[in-house]
Design a protein around this ligand. Structure first.
Ligand code: NAG
Ligand code: ZN
Length: 345
């Protein structure tokens, strides 16, 4: 049994490229969101995406990872994370002006695609692109190592997990979630989503779910997304590497470390889905539903008052490249050291 399952894991790693929450995590976030969107939001998203199936968000949840690995999509690689230049495990914090590079980051991207998804002047292809990016990036922000510059978000922390040499980032994205669920198909994701939805509805998350979205407003997406990134980034100090990185490199992360973090992984996936559902509802009710009503007002405003739809006004002032940003640039668009799992034991 062991050799067979190991072969399967290696194959999955190669296919997924170990980017961001893996396919399983992103699809689970999407299914949770599907549960929390209103029926109007759902119909809007289904028509935008041209998919009326019961997996309309899950089907596109990992599109952004596929896209960034193409030549045409390479520009979007920095949008999957924000490189918080903090000092874990001593200090963790996100500073948008300091940490979001001039090519953009997850926070500026969420702001950009929030504006774009709700803007009726864009073509349907661009609206669909915005929704696909939002579904993915709201998930990415809840993965603590997507909000961390240290060792390129843990990509350069070589560790052993369940007998395999890989890196800490890939273990968080993909291998620990798959260890928990036992696969990465859409039906695995749906099952995991149902479990987490019941925790939100009536279980251990019930009392905290409101706090996950407290203050979220699409009129200030930078502040909202910075709060999500800060929330996950704090976990780098407290849960991901409370004893520093070296402490994770002395033995196998399975089972002791895995057991110490798996509840947090579940919590973060649940947050991502709950926030995404709420965020899409807000885009729908603030922008889409009101548009017909306000169309005549907008026409009178002229283009001067319109936001820059390329999002240039959302980016922080350019700064000289820090060491962390140089290290990230050296990875040349790929998120993970090897992009596939090291076979060495
Ligand atoms: C906003 O989205 C457009 C379309 O994908 C993209 O070309 C632009 O670079 C984005 N801007 C930011 C700040 O992410
Ligand atoms: Zn990603």
């Amino acid at each position: 049994m062991a050799p067979l399952s190991k072969v399967a894991l290696v194959t999955l790693g190669v296919i997924n490229g170990a980017n961001a929450w893996g396919v399983l995590g992103h699809a689970t976030v999407a299914y949770i969101a599907q549960h929390y969107v209103s029926s109007d939001t759902a119909s809007w998203a289904q028509s935008v995406l041209g998919d009326t199936s019961t997996s309309y968000l899950a089907n596109i949840a990992s599109w952004a990872d596929t896209y960034r690995s193409t030549t045409a999509g390479k520009w979007s690689a920095p949008l999957h994370f924000i490189d918080a230049e903090d000092n874990p495990p001593t200090t963790c914090n996100v500073d948008y002006e300091r940490d979001c590079g001039s090519a953009g980051c997850s926070i500026s991207a969420i702001a950009n695609y929030t504006q774009r998804a709700g803007d009726g002047r864009l073509s349907s292809d661009h609206i669909a692109e915005a929704v696909r990016f939002l579904v993915h990036f709201l998930g990415d922000t809840t993965q603590p190592l997507h909000d961390e510059a240290y060792e390129v978000g843990g990509n350069d922390i070589k560790v052993t997990f369940n007998g395999y040499s890989d890196n800490l980032h890939a273990d968080w994205d993909t291998y620990m979630p798959e260890q928990l669920i036992g696969g990465d198909s859409l039906s695995d994701a749906q099952t995991w989503a149902n479990t987490l939805i019941s925790e939100i509805t009536s279980g251990s998350y019930k009392s905290q779910a409101a706090s996950w979205i407290a203050g979220d407003t699409i009129s200030d997406p930078i502040t909202s997304a910075t709060r999500w990134a800060s929330d996950a980034n704090a976990l780098v100090c407290t849960v991901v590497m409370p004893g520093g990185a070296a402490a994770l490199q002395t033995g196998d992360l399975y089972p002791t470390y895995y057991n110490s973090v798996i509840d947090t992984i579940e919590l973060q996936i649940a947050k991502g889905g709950y926030r995404l559902g709420n965020w899409l509802n807000m885009i729908y009710s603030s922008d889409i539903a009101k548009r017909d009503l306000e169309d005549f007002v907008k026409q009178d405003q002229g283009t001067d008052s319109a936001p820059d739809l390329m999002g240039r006004d959302l980016l922080p002032e350019p700064r000289p490249l820090s060491r962390a940003k140089l290290a990230r640039a050296a990875m040349d668009g790929s998120c993970c050291g090897s992009g596939k799992r090291d076979h060495a034991h």
